[in-house]
Design a protein. Sequence first.
Length: 365
Amino acid sequence: MDTNHTLNLSAPDVSSLYATNASCDSISPTEYQKSIIPTLYSCIFILGFLGNVLVVFVLCRGSARRTVANTYLVNLALSDLLFLTSLPFWAVYYSLDYNWVFGTLMCKLCGGLLSLNVYASIYFITCMSVDRYRAIVHPLSSQSSRSVCRARVVSGAIWVIAALSTLPTLVFRETRHLPELNVTACVILYPDPRWSAALDLAKNVLAFLMPFVVIATCYGRIAGHLLAAPNHIEQSSAHLDRVLRMVVAVVTAFFLCWCPFHVLTLVRALGAFGVQNTCWMEQTLSTLLPLSLCLGFSNSAINPFLYCFVGNHFREQLWRLYEERAPRLTQKRDSISTRLSSFSRKLSDLREPGPLETLTQHSGP
């Protein structure tokens, strides 16, 4: 391994050996990465895990409607859940100054789950966007092809593609002891720095640029169709505004969450192709990459609110679930209260002395 390479530990999924300016010192962990990053990861894990578990529970119930949109929603929630299970490990990793204490197998597994989610979640969002475009703009011609069975096949294909994209991470990610930092880091060690740069560029294109173009095009045409529809005047303005707000929220959230990370990754990857970054640029990248990754991870916590809790159908199913569960909970609560009251009365009866006990208590020795 080339000893002139400097180990970049700025983000768990992009930790690798890069050729850097030899005059730059190795970038060590900063205080904010040891405190702020674990806190942000913990918040994302709690909110995202609870939200996605609720989504899966509601949409997988027997009474839930089997629709194309729900199929993609469930798979999106499962992808986010798989990734979120790795966040506590990365939070500990940051809090311990990049010291990985969970072994090589967990290093590969957590890195693989992260890479899997980067591709799977974005592709499921893209499929949802295409499905909504076809359902709204071409409702008649798309009826025959928009089936739950086909959506499941597409979902399976997405899982396969995402798994294949994760193979480099599983193969090349490993733990490595760093004497200069006195830690055992979880890093990706490619045979050549250009491998990492090429894979980062592929990630920029396949996991951000192309999906964003498709998503923006679909929702742009949806917005134009709703505004230009002959009967849009007959629709309630509140409903139209709600749909347009959803359109803007979807595109904006996707762009804001992942654009900073992919831009920073692109800038850093160009260094392997002859673009020399200054020491200031390298230090800036090392500082901003963890925060940009937190922003991208937050999309997993935003997804349940953005695609489900804002949607009328999900709220209806959630309310129906509450109506089904509330009488049972009330009945159980009343039953428990009745049993407690009965037990309390029996306990009081046992504590009250009988006539003989009363006479004995009042009699002298």
